[in-house]
Design a protein around this ligand. Structure first.
Ligand code: CP3
Length: 344
């Protein structure tokens, strides 16, 4: 295969002796070097918008562990901010945003062309990374899926059941659909600029896809992902797309066919044996070790890691966690997972 990077080979459908590996939130608070750089930046958003320091934290887990891919350090909520929403992070609690609940709130959003004024530093981070990453490490860009980003814009924060977003969808669907459309267009432009700057793969995070079902899942999870993927592939032939409709359950089946993504990322509620039959038959899958093993370690980590590697060994697979690594994880357990996957 012309491109020798292990992660790109898996995305192209190659079955390998051992799968490539990276980890969601691999640059994060479980690493002392991340905490030091974050302190130097001041706060989380200042870190996201500082290209040198954002590139530094992206590189830290690559230096420490030699993962097969680096994921750009940024956040899915930078897009709402670039569209004009206020955004801040409350330590120990999470993100807060100004809310959109009516037409006036929507009308106050900036046009899609304006997002680059805010997001330019992110493209600079990508440029630095594409220069500084080791030759065999793939650079992944990303964005939130429109539904997931909309849930934060409507509620102004993370919510356990995405209630406010569902309420707006049910009571004012034209407004809700207009917001999804604006986010879909902004996401296409944002990912496209990441690719122009050097991202080799893009991933679409739909963390709250699991709370949509039936026709709503089709309209607000599948269709935006299909539109983003089609446009990215039209503008950038050959760039692979990873979709992550987290907690989609049975709707993982057929997601790649319906959206055109090259790889479906699986959360850890999915049985790997089921997914090998029902999802991997359409192409590459990514996942899906539960993050809590990074806290607890030991033989259970080893057994579960082997079970996942074995289940997916007959098709293209990228090893990953089922969701982001948590701040209380032990960095030594990450090494144990990598050694187990690579058979060391
Ligand atoms: O994975 C990586 O290493 C790349 C960077 C990345 C971050 N966030 C950095 C981050 C990525 C890909 C994201 C995606 C993201 N952000 C998602 C989708 C994936 C998922 O986790 O479901 C979502 C929903 C967000 C929004 C967000 N950002 C929340 C809800 C929070 C607070 C929760 C938390 O973990 O603290 C963040 C903050 C955030 N984004 C941190 C990091 C490293 C922690 C911030 C810190 O340093 O204090």
């Amino acid at each position: 295969m012309a491109d020798q990077k292990k992660l790109l080979r898996a995305l192209a459908g190659e079955v390998q002796d051992t799968p490539p590996i990276w980890m969601m939130r691999q640059a994060g608070r479980y690493l002392p070097e991340y905490r030091a750089t974050r302190a130097q930046a001041g706060d989380f958003l200042s870190l996201c918008y500082n290209p040198e320091l954002a590139a530094e934290v992206t590189l830290q887990p690559i230096r420490r562990y030699g993962f097969d891919a680096a994921i750009l350090f940024a956040d899915i909520l930078l897009v709402p901010q670039a569209l004009g929403a206020d955004l801040w992070f409350v330590t120990g609690e999470g993100p807060r945003l100004s809310t959109i609940t009516d037409q006036a709130g929507f009308d106050a959003l900036k046009p899609v062309e304006a997002i680059h004024d805010t997001l330019n530093p992110v493209y600079d981070t990508v440029r630095i990374l594409s220069r500084d990453l080791p030759d065999d490490t793939t650079l992944i860009g990303f964005a939130g899926a429109p539904w997931t980003v909309a849930t934060y814009m409507i509620a102004g924060r993370g919510t356990p059941d995405q209630g406010p977003a569902h309420l707006l969808r049910e009571t004012n669907e034209p407004l809700f659909a207009a917001l999804i459309d604006r986010l879909t267009d902004a996401t296409i432009e944002y990912l496209s600029c990441q690719i122009d700057a050097g991202a080799e793969v893009v991933k679409i995070f739909d963390s709250w896809a699991g709370s949509l079902n039936g026709a709503a899942f089709q309209t607000y999870a599948v269709e935006p992902c299909r539109r983003i993927t089609a446009e990215i592939k039209a503008r950038h032939p050959g760039i692979p797309v990873i979709g992550f409709p987290r907690e989609a359950g049975p709707a993982y089946e057929g997601f790649a066919r319906a959206t055109g993504v090259d790889c479906v990322a699986l959360d850890n509620s999915v049985d790997p044996a089921w997914a090998a039959t029902h999802v991997q038959r359409d192409g590459c899958v990514q996942g899906n070790l539960k993050s809590s093993h990074m806290v607890t370690g030991g033989q259970a980590l080893i057994d579960d890691t082997r079970r996942i590697v074995d289940a997916f060994s007959k098709g293209p697979h990228i090893f990953n966690l089922g969701h982001g690594i948590t701040p209380d994880a032990d960095p030594e357990n990450v090494q144990l997972m990598i050694d187990t996957v690579r058979g060391a």
